[in-house]
Each structure stands twice: as structure tokens, then as C-alpha cells.
Design a protein around this ligand. Structure first.
Ligand SMILES: [Zn+2]
Length: 424
């Protein structure tokens, strides 16, 4: 229980001059200042309510030279990821997303038994299992030993390692160049994005493709998704920024798709830039223009965001205060990192929300970091029949509404705070 609670040692500050991790320019422009917060995945053991917790600044800057939105201070990756409580396979909708991806890639790139696919941040093998079932030779790479062991147990070969130039060089020597590389929701979590990108340049074959999925900064801004800001999430990415990153490592983004996951993500397709290549897809040109039209290269768009964040906090607190005064009971669903950002930034504790529930047995019995809501099993909802159920992982809203439909039997209502307060 609560293994993640040990992951608090060894904070490393960004260098004192505070440089952009993409282009090296000085950082001074605030994008969002969520003050101080505990590490979002540092769950407190259920019997650890009397222990202290470290809080770290959660201050996001935008670089006005290259427009990378980034967290200034960070925890060392070994502290954050060495014993991770997130198992991808606990989310049904994410599994379906991975299965569709595998099918699409096998068709698009005509992958066969001779093909080699490598996933970076492969977690518990949730995605590679589908490529393996299609006959593709697969290899996972993940720094968290506990999730990697879970992958190995289901027959997915997995290297316990941080991915970067050194790991890629070793893997290329052992396994050969990759035909397909996958990195979903990991680019934003990497402190050294240059070493990470170089790793793809090293391991990817001359005619291979690497795909990356990441939450789109454009949607974060439009949909008030400030709760996706947490310490493990160093960069907030747009197409323009990742094009610049890969161009610096001999690669190019040649196609892009929008995905509904995580509140609106981009999936980019990246290849080695050298040699004869088909033209870059029109979708890349179109998305560059969408980002430009939305002002992603203009400080005003970033400045507006701070006011939106305060607006959400006011709405959430007003709702909870009113519910409290009316004698209504409120519980929450889910224990995602984004929930911890929201609850801590808004100052919401058990006085407003009695507890939360999560399907992940590793989280049950713990307390959420900072706000210390108890995490219970989903059966607690039927036992206590709350009037309102706040959905913290709003990106899984439809899935959760389906699972929890029984709350209608006692007149219970669902609540989300992002992109705006909705009670339904
Ligand atoms: Zn920069």
C-alpha cells in the first residue's frame, strides 16, 4: 500500500538561470501559477495521516522564444517513476484506444512477423499485447519496475530503463532498428527532451515511423484543463513545438491526427528526415495554421489562461459550499493526478467531499496527497448513496457515467468541474 508515498526525495531544481528546456532562452513569463502542491502521485498510506508531506511549487512558464510551455522546477525522475501506481490496464477506454491503434498501425505500415515494434513507457504491456497478438516482435521500455514486471508476467519483453540516447544505442545493438516506435503520454513527462528525442533518432529504422501522443496545449487552454498540470508533467505541447524538437534531431513530423483521449490529444507521425521522402501531409500544414490562428505564438493567449483558472476555482467552491449548506452529501470518483491538482489548488478536503473511489486496488486504502481524501473501493458509492458524485478524471466521463449509472436510483447526480461546472 502507498508505495508511491516514498517518492519524495531528491528534488532537483531547474538550473538557477531558469532556461527553456527546448531552446535555452531565459524563462520569465508565467502561464499558470498553481502555488504549491504535493507530488500528484505520492499517495499517503492510510495509516499515515499524521505524517508530513513535502509541497513543491507548481508554476508553469511559457518560453516566448520557442513557445514551449513548461514547469520550472522538477522532481528527479527516479523519485517519481521508480514505483508507479498507474497501471494502464485499469482503464477500459484506454485499452480500447490501444487496441485500435495497434490495428491501425499494422494495416498502415503493413507490419508482419518480420517487423520490430518498440514502445517507450510501455507500462504494463497494455498496448504491446495487441501488436504481439498480430505477430509483431515487440519490446517495451519502462523505468517503473513494478509495472514492467506486470508486463513481463503477461509475456511482453520489457526493459526496465529510462529511455534516451544511451538506452537507444544499447537496444539498437541488441534488437536492430525499429519499424514502429510508440510513445503515448510520455514526451510531456520527460525532463531532458533532447536526450529523449535523440533516442528515437538512434533506434528508429530509416523507413520506420515513431508515433507520439500527447495532450494538445490548444485544448488545455480552450477547455480550462489546468488540472493536467502537475509535477511529473514537465512540458505542455503543441505541434509547432514538437516539430522544432524533432527537427533538431534529424527527424520530421510528417503526419498528425487529432485524438479524443485526455481531453484532446495529438498523435504525430515522425520519421528520419534524411533521404527521399513523400511530402508532409496536408494535415500537418492545417494544424500549424490552427495553432497560429489560436494565438499559440502570441503572449496574449497565454496571459488569458490565468484568469480562466481562477474562474474554475470559484465555480467549484461555490458549488461545494452551496451543497454543504443544503445538507447534501458529496463523494468523488477516481484518484488521477489531475484530481489531486484540482483539489489541492482549490483547497477542497473532506469537509466538502467525503471520500473518493478508485478501481485500482493499489490506490484503495490510501489518502490523496495534500487534500487527504480517503480512497475507497467503488462499492462505497452504493453503500453511502451520495447526492453528488464528482468525476475527477473528466476525460473518462462517459465510461464512469456508464459504470456508475446506479446512482440515479437514489437521485444522485454527476458533477464535473472541467471544462466548466456541470451537474447532470
Ligand atoms: Zn524556448
Amino acid at each position: 500500500m502507498g508505495e508511491g508515498a516514498g517518492a519524495v526525495e531528491g528534488v532537483v531544481m531547474a538550473d538557477a538561470a531558469c532556461r527553456c528546456r527546448l531552446c535555452g532562452a531565459g524563462l520569465s513569463r508565467t502561464f499558470a501559477d498553481l502555488r504549491v502542491s504535493p507530488l500528484a502521485n505520492s499517495f499517503v498510506p492510510g495509516d499515515g495521516g499524521d505524517r508530513m508531506e513535502p509541497f513543491y511549487p507548481l508554476h508553469v512558464f511559457v518560453c516566448t522564444e520557442c513557445w514551449l510551455v513548461q514547469l520550472r522546477e522538477f522532481e528527479t525522475p527516479s523519485g517519481i517513476f521508480s514505483n508507479y501506481l498507474y497501471f494502464s490496464s485499469f482503464s477500459e477506454s484506454w485499452l480500447r484506444h490501444a487496441e485500435r491503434y495497434a490495428g491501425d498501425m499494422v494495416r498502415r505500415f503493413a507490419l508482419t512477423g518480420d517487423s520490430f515494434a518498440c514502445e517507450v513507457a510501455s507500462n504494463d504491456g497494455y498496448l504491446l499485447q495487441y501488436l504481439k497478438a498480430a505477430g509483431v516482435r515487440v519490446l517495451g521500455v519502462d523505468p517503473a519496475r513494478n509495472v514492467a514486471e506486470s508486463a513481463i508476467a503477461r509475456g511482453i519483453p520489457t526493459e526496465v530503463a529510462f529511455f534516451g540516447a544511451a538506452t537507444a544505442t544499447r537496444l539498437r545493438a541488441e534488437h536492430g532498428p525499429a519499424d514502429l516506435m510508440t510513445a503515448n503520454n510520455v514526451l510531456a513527462h520527460v525532463p531532458d527532451i533532447h536526450d529523449f528525442a535523440e533516442g528515437f533518432h538512434i533506434l528508429l529504422g530509416d523507413h520506420g515511423t515513431a508515433t507520439f501522443e500527447f495532450p494538445h496545449l490548444l485544448r488545455l487552454i480552450e477547455q480550462n484543463q489546468f488540472d493536467t498540470i502537475y509535477h511529473e508533467h514537465f512540458s505542455y505541447l503543441s505541434l509547432g513545438v514538437v516539430e522544432r524538437l524533432f527537427a533538431g534531431h534529424g527527424m520530421e513530423v510528417y503526419d498528425v491526427e487529432e485524438q479524443p483521449t485526455h481531453g484532446g490529444s495529438l498523435r504525430i507521425f515522425v520519421r528520419q528526415a534524411a533521404g527521399d521522402r513523400a511530402p508532409v501531409s496536408d494535415r500537418v500544414t492545417a494544424m500549424r495554421q490552427v495553432e497560429l490562428d489560436a494565438g499559440l505564438q502570441d503572449v496574449a493567449a497565454y496571459d488569458r489562461f490565468a484568469a480562466q483558472v481562477v474562474g474554475i476555482k470559484c465555480e467549484a467552491l461555490s458549488f461545494l459550499i452551496e451543497a454543504k449548506r443544503a445538507g447534501a452529501t458529496v463523494a468523488a470518483y477516481g484518484a488521477p493526478a489531475k484530481g489531486n491538482t484540482l483539489l489541492n489548488y482549490c483547497g477542497i478536503g473532506t469537509e466538502f467531499i467525503a471520500y473518493t473511489v478508485d478501481l485500482n486496488p493499489h490506490k484503495q486504502g490510501t489518502l490523496l496527497p495534500g487534500c487527504r481524501l480517503p480512497v475507497r473501493g467503488p462499492e462505497a458509492i452504493a453503500e453511502t448513496k451520495p447526492d453528488y458524485l464528482v468525476i475527477l478524471p473528466w476525460n473518462l466521463r462517459d465510461e464512469i457515467v456508464g459504470q456508475m449509472a446506479a446512482i440515479r436510483e437514489w437521485g444522485g447526480k454527476f458533477v464535473v468541474f472541467i471544462p466548466e461546472l456541470r451537474v447532470f
